[in-house]
Structure formats: C-alpha cells, structure tokens
Design a binder for this molecule. Structure first.
Ligand SMILES: Cc1cc2nc3c(=O)[nH]c(=O)nc-3n(C[C@H](O)[C@H](O)[C@H](O)COP(=O)(O)OP(=O)(O)OC[C@H]3O[C@@H](n4cnc5c(N)ncnc54)[C@H](O)[C@@H]3O)c2cc1C
Ligand code: SF4
Length: 333
C-alpha cells in the first residue's frame, strides 16, 4: 500500500485567506486532490501544508462581458453538463466529460485539470522504481530517459481541458500576493516538464474565461485511449473552425488546432492559413489539416504506449474528428 506523507491542511473560505495560507513556504493548493494525492503517494513533491480550495466561492458558470466565465473550482462533471458550457464551448464540455471516469469527474476541478502535473512513464512510478533507474531530471537525477542527452524534461501535459481552452483563446485569472492578473492560456504553459505552468509562488487560479464566438463556429475535441473508461489521453486534439455562415458547408474563415499529450505544453499547430476559404465537408480540408499536424507533432516515448503508433494514428484521429463534426451535422438534418 502506498501511504501519504505527513502534511497539515488549511481550509480557507475566502480568496484572501487562501492567498495568505499559500504564502507559507512549502504550501500547495489542493482542489479535488485526484491528481495531487496519487502523486504525493508516489513522493512526487513534499508539501508542508495543503491549502484546500473546496470552500472558496469558485464554482460559478456565467456569461459576463462577452465571455463564458467558469470558476476554477467547478467540478468536471458539472462542467460537462452545464447548459451554458454545452452551448458556448461544446468542445470544453466534451473534454471535461471525457476526463478519467465518473467518480473522478465528481471530485476533479477545472483549476486542478489545468494544473495537472506532467506525466511520464519513467517518473509516475514508486520511489524505489525511479531510484533503481538512477532518477531523472524530474526526480533527483541528471538525465532524461525519454530523450537521452536531453537537458529539458519532456514529460507530457495530459490535461484534457488545456488544449481545448488554448484552442478557444481562453484566459486564466490568478490571485496571489501581488494581486490579481489575467494571462492567455496559450502563453501559460512552458516547455519544461519539471515546472510547466506560469503559476508564481503563492498564486491560485480563480477563473477561466472563454471569449464568446464572434460568429458561426464548429469545434470538437478528439481523445484516444486504450481503455475507454478511465485513461489519460494518448492522443488528444482540440479543433475550432470559425465559419462564414452557420452551415457546415460554409467557407472556413479561421481555424485553430491544438494537440495535447505531446510534451509539457499544448502544441498549437502553425501554418493553418491555407485552410481559410475551404469547406469542412470537403475531405481535402481534413487531409490538409492532418498533414500539418503530422508534420509538426511528434509523440515521444514519454507516455506508456508505443510512440511510433501514436505518431502514425495522430493524423487519422484528426481526419476522424472532422468527419464526425460533419456527420453530426448531417444526422441533425
Ligand atoms: C485514474 C486517474 C485517471 C485520470 N484520468 C485523467 C484524464 O483522462 N484526463 C485528465 O485530464 N486528467 C485525468 N486525471 C487527473 C485528474 O483527475 C484531473 O486532471 C482533475 O481535473 C484534477 O483536478 P483536481 O481538482 O482533482 O486537482 P488536484 O489533484 O487537487 O490538483 C492538481 C494540481 O493542480 C493544483 N491546483 C489545483 N487547483 C488549483 C488552482 N485553483 N490554482 C492553482 N493550482 C491548482 C494542485 O496544487 C496540483 O498541483 C486522472 C486521475 C486519475 C487518478
Ligand atoms: S521526460 Fe525525461 S526528465 Fe522528464 S520525467 Fe520523463 S524521463 Fe524524467
């Protein structure tokens, strides 16, 4: 049996109290605990105090100032079912509904999902296992087993919601000792699996804002896992298409494709400009996007599945995701 290390728990009821509690050296926020507690059982981190966020007023979902505003404490099960989320950010509702399984979605929060620790087959193991291998850059060692000779940890961000929110141009508001600040999620993640977010010491995330679409839009999230019930993504792709009018056959006026579960940051696919003016229901469009994804995204042997296979099927899932968007429209007449 894996045991938790010793720590104290603080239970603030206001954001100001939470910020004060997080000022203590070694303090760490905990929301649902569905990622943090298993990691602590593996001795990935040793906080002195866990600052519990569950009593904070961070569970709102509302439309405000042209954006869908979601409190960081909203649990994934509620996010997946909320009518405002399903209407204004259906790919976010879909991603939240695909995280883990129902019990974890009842506890896990959006804030925790965006701050999920990075994962790697060489570090999400018991301390004995890791030490037998001599550790690694993320665990008391000086080498990387995924990229031999690599100087930076490429453990993967396996959050289902992060790529979707980057694709939707979402922002994140954080409160900390220096007050509140808002950052674009696209700029929040760093290419270092040992410290992959821009969260400053003592900060906690409070709200996620998704700008409302300025016009007709289609969006989706594709997740592939071996077991359908509870796995982290092995392939994940968020896609957003802004259209000239509200028909699936309308010309595309803007496209955003973001791939997750590669390394420590969601990867925004570049050079999508040629897709503008094309139609989603033209298979050549999906082929062009799949080719760009395949050229720019190379799954690494950091997750517990064959990297060559993941590379090979990544463009397949892009095409399937777009085909499903088109087919859903056809089935609704
Ligand atoms: C078996 C299993 C399967 C899983 N499958 C998936 C999956 O398929 N997809 C997926 O995305 N996740 C998966 N998870 C991970 C996890 O359940 C979810 O990501 C969940 O959303 C984490 O939220 P939480 O509130 O439980 O976070 P916690 O565990 O409480 O926290 C996670 C991290 O976020 C930090 N944190 C929490 N809230 C805040 C905040 N407001 N501001 C700043 N930092 C914060 C914590 O300090 C910690 O570092 C799985 C976990 C398990 C155990
Ligand atoms: S990517 Fe390399 S450094 Fe990072 S956790 Fe995996 S083995 Fe360790």
């Amino acid at each position: 049996m894996l045991r938790l290390p010793g720590f104290r728990v603080a239970s603030p009821t206001t954001i100001a109290e939470a910020v004060a509690a997080l000022a203590e050296p070694g303090a760490r926020p905990i929301a649902g605990g569905t990622d943090l507690l298993p990691n602590l059982k593996h001795r990935l981190g040793a906080p002195t105090v866990l600052v519990q966020l569950s009593r904070l007023p961070l569970r709102h979902v509302e439309l405000r100032d042209g954006a869908l505003c979601v409190g960081a404490g909203v649990v994934l099960a509620d996010l997946a079912e909320h009518p405002l989320v399903r209407t204004h950010a259906p790919s976010l509702a879909r991603a939240a509904g695909l995280v883990a399984g129902p019990t974890l979605r009842n506890l896990g929060t959006l804030g925790g999902n965006l701050h999920l620790d990075t994962r790697c087959r060489y570090v999400n193991q018991t301390p004995l296992w890791r030490e037998a291998l001599g550790g690694c850059l993320k665990s008391h060692g000086d080498r990387c087993h995924v990229v031999p000779g690599g100087q930076t940890c490429v453990a993967a961000l396996s959050s289902d919601c992060a790529p979707v929110l980057v694709a939707l141009d979402a922002t994140l508001t954080l409160h900390g000792p220096a007050g509140a600040r808002t950052v674009a999620l696209a700029d929040y993640y760093r290419a270092d699996g040992t410290a992959h977010t821009g969260r400053a010491a003592g900060e906690l995330a409070t709200e996620i804002r998704v700008p409302l679409a300025p016009g007709p839009r289609r969006e989706t999230y594709v997740k592939w896992t071996v077991r359908k019930s509870i796995d982290f993504p092995l392939i994940s792709i968020a896609m957003r298409f802004d259209l000239a009018d509200d028909a699936i056959a309308a010309p595309i006026v803007g496209a955003r494709v973001v791939v997750g579960a590669l390394a420590a940051t969601p990867k925004a696919v570049r050079k999508l400009e040629p897709v503008r003016g094309r139609r989603l229901d033209d298979p050549a469009t999906a082929d062009a996007i799949a080719a760009l994804v395949a050229a720019q995204c190379k799954p690494l042997p950091n997750l517990p599945y064959d990297a060559d296979y993941r590379r090979a099927v990544l463009p397949v899932h892009v095409r399937r995701g777009i085909a499903a968007l088109v087919a859903a429209e056809a089935s609704h007449g």
